[in-house]
Design a protein around this ligand. Structure first.
Ligand code: 6LW
Length: 497
C-alpha cells in the first residue's frame, strides 16, 4: 500500500512513540501553548487520533510569561511496568522533568525534576533500572550526549552524568534515544539543527555505557540533499517496532514553499519511514535514506485506509483535545459550549508574550477555508488571528470604537503593524469572518448585513519560521481583546480543500 506523509499534519514537532499491546502512542512538543504535550493514539501507524495532553495543570508546567518557542521542548514517551512516563524540558526554566500515569486517558502526575541539564531528555529502562539521557557539552563546548542512572521514584541521580557519544560532527547534537535490539545498544540522535541541514544519525555499542561506534554511513536519514523537494528538515526521530516485528521511525520535518529561498509556516509535522536492519546489525531508513511524501510499503495491510479529517468545527472537535491556549489561561474568561465559544477580553493583547484571551487550533494544511460568525458586545475587539507569535500574526476582526463598529484586517510583521483596511460596518446580526488560505497567501473578507467586504490579502511567508524564528507553526486563534469585550463565536469551520 501507499501512505502519505506527514502522518500528523500541522505544528506537532518532536514526535516520540511507544507501543502498549496493539496500540501506539505519540507525544509532541508544545512550547508556550497549554495544555502541553499533545498525545495521540493509533492502531496502524498512519491514522492518529488525539487523546489528550500530558501537562493539563498549571502546577505541572511553568508557562507564565514564557517566551514564544520557550516552554515545553521535545518529549520522550515510554511505557514500563504498566506505567507511562513522559519526560521533557521546560526550556525557559531550563529544567528537565518527567511525569507518569497509569491511565493515559486520565491525568498525569506532578513533575519530578532531574538535576541533569541539556534538552531533549530520554528515558531508557532496563529491568528495575532507569537511565536518563539528554544533550550537553564537553569541556571544549562540543555537543555530547550525557547519561546518568536515576531513581525512577524520585528522579534522584544515582550516578554522575557520563558522556556517551559526540555525534558525527554536525551542529546541535540533540534528541538522543536509546534502544536495545538484538544484543546491541543503539543510540540515535539528530544533528544539523532543525532546519534544512537536519539529519538522523546513530551509533551502537555492546554496552549501555559505550564506547559507541558510529554507523559508517551516517546520516541514516536526511532530506538535506533533496534540493527543491517539498519535505525538508527531517530529523529528531524515535524508533518503534510494529506487531509484525518491523521497525519504523517517526520523525519531524516540514513542508516547504518556494525554492529560492524556501520557507515554511505550518511548523514541524510528524513523518513516518520504514527502518530495516541488515545482517550486520546496522539499520537503514526511509527511501534510500530519505523520507518521501508518498511511501510505498508492504508492511501495512492493504485494508488499512489512511483517513484525513478535512473539516474542523466546534461540534466535531473537543476543546481539550484539539484547542490550545497561550500559556496558562484565565479560565473565567472562557465559556466553552458544544457549538459556541464565548470569550471575555482583557487588557492583554495579541502583541504581548502573555495570555491574551485566545483559543486556537493548528493550521494543518495549506489550502483552507476558515470561517466563524462573531458577535461583539462591549468595547474592544474580537476575531480570528493567524498566529505565529506575538510579533507575527494576521488579525481579521470586528471592533467597537466609540459608537462605531468596524471591520479590520491588521498585519503584524515584526516591527511593522499595518491596518490594511478598516471599514465601518452596521450590523444588526452577527458578522461572518472569512479567510481563504492558499500555500502562498491568505485572503480576508467579512460578511455583515448581507454584504461581503473584501479586506485584503497577505503572504503566508511573513508568518513563516524563516521570518518569525522559533519552533512553532501557524495556529488559528479565536480571540477577544479589551476589558469589557464579550465575543460570541459560532459556526466556526476550518475546511481543508
Ligand atoms: C528540540 C530539538 C529540536 O528540542 O528542536 O528538531 C527543539 N529538534 O531536538 C525544539 O523542538
Amino acid at each position: 500500500m501507499k501512505f502519505n506523509n506527514p502522518v500528523v499534519k500541522g505544528f506537532y514537532p518532536d514526535p516520540s512513540v511507544c507501543k502498549v499491546g496493539d496500540t501506539y502512542y505519540l507525544a509532541c512538543s508544545s512550547f508556550q501553548y497549554f495544555p502541553g504535550v499533545p498525545l495521540f493514539e493509533s492502531k496502524d501507524l498512519i491514522n492518529w487520533e488525539p487523546i489528550g495532553h500530558a501537562l493539563t495543570r498549571p502546577s505541572q508546567i511553568m508557562l507564565e510569561k514564557v517566551n514564544s518557542s520557550g516552554g515545553v521542548f521535545a518529549p520522550t514517551i515510554r511505557h514500563h511496568n504498566g506505567r507511562f512516563y513522559m519526560t521533557t524540558t521546560n526550556d525557559t526554566t531550563r529544567q528537565n522533568f518527567y511525569v507518569w500515569t497509569d491511565d493515559i486517558y486520565g491525568e498525569w502526575s506532578e513533575p519530578i525534576f532531574i538535576e541533569q541539564g541539556g534538552i531533549d531528555p530520554d528515558l531508557y529502562f532496563e529491568g528495575d533500572r532507569a537511565y536518563f539521557m539528554s544533550n550537553g557539552s564537553d569541556e571544549d563546548g562540543r555537543g555530547v550526549i550525557l547519561q546518568c542512572e536515576i531513581d525512577i521514584a524520585t528522579g534522584t541521580m544515582l550516578t554522575p552524568s557520563r558522556p556517551l557519544w559526540k555525534g558525527t560532527g554536525g551542529r546541535y547534537l540533540e534528541s538522543p534515544h536509546m534502544y536495545h535490539i538484538n544484543g546491541w545498544y543503539y543510540l540515535m540522535a539528530a544533528e544539523g539543527g532543525t532546519e534544512f541541514g537536519h539529519m538522523i544519525t546513530y551509533a551502537r555499542s555492546q554496552s549501555l555505557h559505550g564506547p559507541f561506534e558510529a554507523y559508517p554511513h551516517n546520516p541514516v536519514l536526511t532530506n538535506r540533499n533533496l534540493g527543491g523537494y517539498q519535505i525538508q528538515a527531517i530529523g529528531h526521530g524515535d524508533l518503534i517496532q510494529d506487531g509484525d516485528g518491523n521497525w519504523w521511525i517517526f520523525h519531524l520535518g516540514f513542508r516547504q514553499i518556494g525554492q529560492w529561498i524556501p520557507y515554511h509556516h505550518l511548523g514541524r509535522e510528524v513523518f513516518l519511514a520504514p527502518v530495516t536492519f541488515d545482517e550486520n546489525g546496522w539499520f537503514t531508513a526511509g527511501h534510500n535514506g530519505t523520507t518521501r511524501a508518498e511511501m510505498e510499503t508492504d508492511r501495512i495491510g492493504q485494508h488499512v485506509v489512511q483517513q484525513e479529517k478535512k473539516l474542523y468545527t466546534f461540534n466535531n472537535t473537543k476543546w481539550d483535545l484539539e484547542w490550545v491556549y497561550l500559556r496558562h489561561p484565565r479560565v473565567e474568561n472562557y465559556e466553552l459550549q458544544d457549538d459556541k465559544l464565548t470569550l471575555r477580553g482583557t487588557a492583554v493583547t495579541l502583541d504581548q508574550a502573555d495570555t491574551p484571551t485566545f483559543l486556537g487550533i493548528r493550521q494543518r494544511d495549506f489550502i483552507a477555508a476558515i470561517t466563524s460568525d462573531v458577535a461583539l458586545s462591549g468595547s474592544g475587539e474580537a476575531g480570528i488571528t493567524l498566529y505565529m507569535d506575538e510579533s507575527h500574526h494576521y488579525d481579521l476582526a470586528i471592533r467597537q470604537r466609540d459608537t462605531q463598529l468596524e471591520a479590520v484586517l491588521r498585519l503584524n510583521i515584526g516591527d511593522i503593524k499595518h491596518e490594511q483596511k478598516v471599514v465601518a460596518i452596521d450590523t444588526s446580526s452577527d458578522a461572518q469572518l472569512l479567510i481563504q488560505a492558499s500555500a502562498e497567501r491568505y485572503s480576508f473578507s467579512i460578511q455583515a448585513d448581507g454584504q461581503t467586504i473584501e479586506l485584503g490579502s497577505a503572504q503566508t511567508k511573513y508568518l513563516s519560521s524563516e521570518v518569525a524564528g522559533g519552533f512553532t507553526g501557524v495556529v488559528i486563534g479565536l480571540y477577544a481583546v479589551g476589558e469589557g469585550a464579550i465575543a460570541e463565536f459560532t459556526k466556526f469551520a476550518c475546511e481543508y480543500l
